[in-house]
Design a protein around this ligand. Structure first.
Ligand code: ATP
Length: 334
């Protein structure tokens, strides 16, 4: 099990990773997300032994790296997958995967499993971005790493390819039974691919939990906003019920609160156009294919986002009635 205890990294006087603690299960995929500059890449570099750590330790069965005891990158048995693929352009797919490999049977296994059999003799220049990333992954996994670090592996690929390749990568990591830390900018990717999600803010881990918990029960407003559209409604909570200007909403059992903020996601609300009355006005709408996203300013002045069926087309400026329609408990912040 990869164990990271109180890990801090500083560049000069600036601490960019601040007392990070986490443990990675034997075949667990942990997604690391956070705003630009929050320290994601630095964490991967520290785990790989590419930057010195200023506090704490990193351990696997077999070695422990501390401030005073660096373990060289090649001794850590770490596999790395980057957004720019990092393949040797003059070598074929087969040669890239076999580079410095003792057991070529493993190369064969991963070349076949990742659908690269037909391209064995091709050089990277002739491959698509998705194929190149599969080669990089095959090469990484063929070396039987103790853990894998992926730094935005899909960010150079188009949207349609990203969607399928993220599942292929997840599947391959699970087949290899190797733990992985995967840095991404893409919230959908973080929520759909990871076993757990770690949300970073200014070098600190703000929340580390399952995707469902991070999304539905975020620890802070920052996490709530970072993982998706979030609006906050003023509410009064009695037992399992929040009373808001849009009606009652279920919340987890807790002490009564006379004034708090209720986290509302676009799917928690429904909207209908009304000839008169209502409680808000449409600011803008965005067609999303299967759905439409509305921004609505309520009569109280608060703006909420509402996701609705694509068939429910409402003009900008129209009066609308917005109500809470969810049945799952929402998060509150005091
Ligand atoms: N070699 C370095 N020397 C000094 N400062 C650095 C160095 N590398 C990164 N930094 C700074 O450390 C902070 C964290 O950088 P890092 O690249 O880890 O962030 P990130 O979360 O991966 O960002 P992004 O999402 O933009 O890739 C940033 O403020 C960055 O400017």
């Amino acid at each position: 099990m990869l164990k990271v205890t109180n890990l801090s990294v500083s560049y000069g006087e600036t601490r960019v990773v601040d007392r990070l603690n986490l443990q990675l299960g034997d075949d667990e995929i942990l997604m690391l997300v956070g705003p630009t500059g929050c320290g994601k890449t630095t964490i991967l570099q520290a785990l790989a032994g590419l930057v010195p750590i200023s506090e704490g330790e990193i351990s696997l069965p077999g070695w422990t790296a501390t401030t005073n005891k660096n373990i060289a990158p090649e001794k850590r048995n770490v596999g790395m997958v980057f957004q720019d693929f990092a393949l040797f352009p003059h070598l074929t797919v087969q040669e890239n995967v076999c580079f410095k490999l003792k057991d070529e049977k493993l190369a064969d296994h991963w070349i076949k499993l990742l659908g690269l059999d037909a391209f064995r003799n091709a050089k990277p220049g002739r491959l698509s971005g998705g194929q190149k990333q599969r080669v990089a992954l095959a090469r990484t996994l063929a070396h039987e790493p103790a853990f894998v670090l992926l730094d935005e592996p899909l960010s150079n690929l188009d949207a349609a390819l990203k969607d399928s390749l993220r599942w292929e990568i997840r599947q391959a990591l699970k087949v290899a039974k190797v733990p992985a830390i995967w840095v991404t900018h893409d919230q959908d990717e973080a929520l759909s691919v990871g076993d757990r999600v770690g949300v970073l803010n200014k070098g600190q881990l703000e929340q580390l939990a399952s995707p469902e918990i991070c999304f539905d029960q975020p620890k802070s407003r920052f996490v709530a906003r970072f993982l998706g559209e979030a609006s906050f409604l003023t509410a009064e909570v009695n037992e399992n019920c929040a009373h808001t200007e849009l009606g009652m909403a279920p919340v987890r059992a807790q002490s009564n609160l006379s004034k708090c903020d209720l986290l509302i996601r676009p799917d928690d609300l429904s909207v209908q156009a009304v000839a008169e009355g209502g409680n808000g006005q449409v600011d803008w709408q965005r067609f999303e294919g299967e759905s439409r996203l509305y921004a609505i300013t309520l009569d109280s002045g608060i703006q909420v986002k509402v996701r609705s069926s694509h068939e429910n087309s409402i003009a900008i400026g129209a009066r609308v009635a917005v109500v809470v329609s969810t049945t799952h408990p929402l998060a509150v912040f005091s």
